[in-house]
Write a protein that binds this ligand. Structure first.
Ligand code: ADP
Ligand code: MG
Ligand code: MG
Length: 886
């Protein structure tokens, strides 16, 4: 079994085996870039070690062989007292886990080789002892679990004694003294002397890197980032190069483009006379990479050349670690770099322009989640606002409001029409009502999978979690931050994308990308790289995609906006809002009707109102299909709540008032009260039980279509019957509807389709039969999810989903992204059997999943014709539908 690869033996495709760092070191080596020689121990070896608790057979011998050949190549032996070879031992998993695992530099130094190292460096004692003290520090901390502060305190103490804050002021003697101190700390904590044998140092460091895979923070990080727990890490053994040899040496990081904006140029930081981690550790101030040009023009030019090579090779933004040793440039790491959503679009566009990738590949490089981020409203920060704290951007958006500290207060203030921000240490299921009532949620604890974060994302609420600079005092109703006290009622603003917290109300504005979708920024003429890139990529996605994208809209205004966002019809027009407001009274009359006449007169009053609603929508959607869902929720939702009504009646009776009407209403509400309304008298069941209700709606739709057609527009109504479980239900509704349609439409040329939602599992399982009576199916994946899992969304999301996510029972809430294996299987069965029975059957989806990137890919795979989602998700769905093809 081959466990060890020389850099020359690997390549960038071998990330599973060699980890990201090892694979890319190999790639750079084979490109001829100056990488210090070394070898990689595979993730297989790590997995074997973690499974058995010991190094697998043959590993030691292979390491020995590779070390020997490295020593031959370098002309030095590991830890040799006269002329030592030193190495770094670096972790590196398949997916980058920044700062989660460990690296040890300068392995091979001991009391004797430190002298040899000094000689090697031309008698540079300071450098040699500095390197040695770093080894003891890193080795002690990572390999032997010595608390890192102990070493830091000793270093601080040495600097204090010297009267300086800069470690460069410590001379060779100071550092030799520090090494002694470090060795004592090491011995105290481990019960043994610092190991002097170089090979033992190496073996222990390798083992420590293996074990760091299961360090607690690495485990937590993987769970959060959904990185599988069983990949293991590779170990890279790399001969050391030294940036701490003097002012002509140094170390730095570089990006081939700006990872924040995507702009081309030179981005990075450089630190002279420093080793490895000093750059990120912030010990001394780094200088912008551009300044390297003055310090060392030759290395600078060479670095720029390598960066261009790497970009051309990886065809993407790369980030780089490098070190300069006495004017000689060494490349220590590269990878395709992380970037912001804006940079992802801009860079993908640039790379197409540069001919490095084609437009299909550009589509791969961006995603709907990034586009959604670019569509959230922005704070207008052209003011004097400065953040007072920064937490985790747990759920994007920009929200301002009055601070409240309890769920009850949030509900109270919201009822008065105030915008509120709920501030808690962390939230729990009791806070749910407060979270619903708030514009945003701010917590001082918890990460991306905390209760607050998960629930807020599910609700689409802005949330900043884990803002630990906040000192939250719930009983006192205040928090302090940056020396200021914020009381209940004070206004704060939170940015759920950046995690930043501001005091006061920061004004908001639509993002540029939304302005573009709205049509107020012309991509051809605006000088905005992001807008131009989004426009290009969207245009390509539209050209590629097979799925059509419709919107869920109930009003003309929503329909118009969605159309500007690219919607190609309405996939779900809910009719229930048409029964609210002043129309409630008519609904009450309908419900209380004792005779056919009373009922007919209530329906007759509703008819023209509904017709007007449809006329408006059909006009806005001129030429595009509009799917109208007949009324779905249980009727008591339109009546006053039982408790309130009962109290009113009792009070009125007490006063001796005439309560005949209220009593009748109360009786009706009692009669209609349902234990589980989600599974009660709703959807098609209403249509079958309440004579004339669906007929009125069908008539309103057909009449509106005819009216709009007469005005010269094209109406394409599709009547959708909700909650069908058996074909007989649909057939009954359909027979009545067809009669009315025939009568109304006559020879106007209007064509009305009749179809059904598939949202009850039985409908999915008998889709073949149902298709005989339906011209289209629209999957109502919200209800289908509730009914397939047997839980109601309102009851479970706040109550226990966080726990299910924590336990990994769900990777993501099944309401956010379709559960492919369960709910998705029902969709697949219904699509296949429906199409088998009726090949021209139109298939769509109108649950919220229609705007979720992963779900869109699934619906594409299953062969649906369209997805439908809220207006703001339309661009996301268009992009993802394109990505599903390429
Ligand atoms: P991380 O994955 O946390 O970035 P690395 O393994 O890349 O850890 O190493 C930490 C630091 O040490 C980096 O700055 C890296 O460039 C530096 N480093 C690693 N190996 C060597 C080496 N052989 N010579 C000089 N510097 C090194
Ligand atoms: Mg690194
Ligand atoms: Mg439904």
């Amino acid at each position: 079994h081959k466990y060890v690869y020389d850099f020359a033996e690997g390549n960038k495709e071998l990330k599973d085996l060699l980890g990201g760092k090892g694979a890319n070191l190999a790639e750079m080596t084979n490109l001829g870039l100056p990488v210090p020689p070394g070898f990689t121990i595979t993730t297989e070896a790590c997995k074997a070690y973690l499974a058995t608790g010991r190094e697998p057979d043959g590993l030691a011998a292979q390491i020995e062989a590779h070390l020997e050949s490295l020593e031959r190549e370098m002309g030095r032996r590991l830890g040799d007292p006269q002329d030592p070879l030193l190495v770094s031992v670096r972790s590196g998993a398949k997916f980058s886990m920044p700062g989660m695992m460990e690296t040890v530099l300068n392995v091979g130094l001991n009391d004797r080789s430190v002298v040899g190292l000094s000689a090697q460096a031309g008698g540079n004692d300071r450098f040699a002892w500095d390197s040695y003290r770093r080894l003891i520090q890193m080795f002690g901390k990572t390999v032997c679990d010595v608390p890192g502060e102990e070493f830091e305190h000793a270093l601080e103490e040495a600097k204090r004694a010297k009267g300086t804050k800069n470690d460069l002021d410590l001379d060779a003697d100071d550092l030799r003294g520090l090494v002694d101190g470090y060795k004592k700390i090491f011995a105290e904590h481990t019960g043994r002397e610092f190991p002097q044998e170089p090979r033992e140092q190496l073996d222990l460091a390798i083992r420590a890197v293996f074990e760091s895979w299961n360090a607690e923070r690495a485990v937590v990080y993987r769970r959060q980032e959904r990185i599988p727990a069983d990949l293991g890490t590779a170990v890279n053994v790399v001969s050391m190069v030294f940036g701490n040899l003097g002012p002509d040496s140094g170390t730095g990081v570089a990006f081939t483009r700006d990872p924040a904006s995507g702009a081309q140029g030179i981005y990075g930081d450089y630190l002279a006379n420093a080793q490895g981690e000093d750059v990120v550790a912030g010990i001394r101030n780094t200088v912008p990479l551009q300044e390297l040009e003055q310090l060392d023009k030759k290395s600078y030019d060479e670095l720029l050349g390598f960066m261009a090579r790497l970009e051309e090779h990886y065809k993407d933004l790369c980030d780089i670690e490098f070190t300069i040793e006495r004017g000689k440039l060494w490349m220590l790491q590269t990878r395709v770099g992380k970037r912001t959503a804006a940079a992802a679009f801009v860079i993908a566009g640039q790379l197409v322009d540069e001919g490095l990738i084609d437009p299909d590949e550009a589509l791969h490089r961006v995603n709907g989640a990034q586009l959604a981020q670019l569509m959230f409203p922005r704070f207008r920060l052209d003011h004097e606002f400065r953040p007072v704290a920064k937490g985790i951007g747990a759920s994007p958006g920009a929200a301002s409001g009055k601070v409240v500290f309890t769920s009850a207060r949030a509900v109270e203030l919201a009822a008065e029409g105030e915008s509120v921000i709920l501030v808690r240490r962390e939230t729990n299921p009791d806070d749910l009502n407060g979270m619903i009532a708030s514009k945003g949620i701010l917590t001082s604890r918890g990460g991306k999978t905390s209760h607050a974060a998960v629930v807020a994302r599910g609700m689409g609420k802005t949330c900043v979690s884990g803002a630990d600079e906040l000192d939250v005092n719930i009983p006192a109703k205040k928090f302090t931050v940056a020396g200021q006290t914020v009381n209940e009622g004070d206004i704060v603003s939170i940015d759920g994308t950046t995690g930043k917290v501001y005091l006061g109300e920061v004004p908001v504005m639509p993002s540029e990308v939304v302005q573009y979708f709205e049509g107020s920024l012309d991509p051809e003429h605006v000088d905005n790289a992001l807008v131009r890139a989004v426009h290009r990529i969207m245009t390509h996605a539209d050209a590629k995609r097979r799925l059509a994208v419709r919107t869920n809209a109930d009003t003309g205004a929503d329909a118009a906006r969605a159309r500007r966002f690219g919607a190609e019809g309405i996939g779900l027009c809910r009719t229930e809002h048409m029964f609210l407001g002043d129309r409630r009274e008519l609904v009450e009359r309908l419900i209380l009707a004792r005779t056919d006449d009373e009922r007919q007169s209530a329906l007759a009053a509703l008819l023209p109102l509904q017709r007007e609603d449809f006329v408006e929508i059909f006009r806005e959607m001129d030429g595009l299909p509009v799917t109208v869902r007949l009324i779905d929720p249980p009727l008591h939702e339109f009546l006053p709540p039982l408790e309130q009504l009962a109290v009113n009646v009792a009070v009125a009776q007490e006063r001796g008032e005439d309560v005949a009407k209220e009593e009748a209403l109360l009786a009706a509400v009692r009669r209609m009260h349902e234990e589980n309304p989600m599974l009660g008298l709703r959807g098609v069941r209403l249509g079958l039980v309440i004579p004339g209700l669906f007929a009125m709606q069908v008539r309103a739709i057909a009449e509106a279509a005819v009216a709009v057609t007469r005005d010269g527009a094209v109406a394409k109504p599709e009547i959708m019957v909700p909650l069908v479980g058996a074909v007989q239900e649909l057939e009954t509704v359909r027979a009545e509807a067809e009669k009315i349609i025939a009568e109304v439409v006559a020879d106007s040329g209007v064509e009305v389709l009749i179809g059904t939602m598939i949202e009850v599992p039985r409908a999915a399982l008998t889709a073949g039969e149902i298709a005989e009576a339906a011209q289209f199916f629209s999957f109502g994946t919200n209800d289908l999810t509730q009914m397939a899992w047997g839980f109601s969304r309102d009851d479970v999301e706040g109550a226990f989903f966080w726990r299910y996510l924590e336990l990994g029972i769900f990777g993501i809430s099944p309401f956010e992204s379709i559960d492919r294996d369960g709910v998705g299987r029902l969709v697949r069965i219904a699509a296949e059997e429906g199409r088998a029975a009726r090949p021209e059957l139109k298939l769509g989806v109108c649950g919220e999943h229609g705007g979720d990137p992963d779900s869109v890919h699934f619906f594409h795979e299953v062969g649906l014709d369209y997805v439908s989602c809220s207006p703001f998700r339309v661009p996301v769905a268009r992009l993802e539908a394109g990505r599903a093809v390429v």
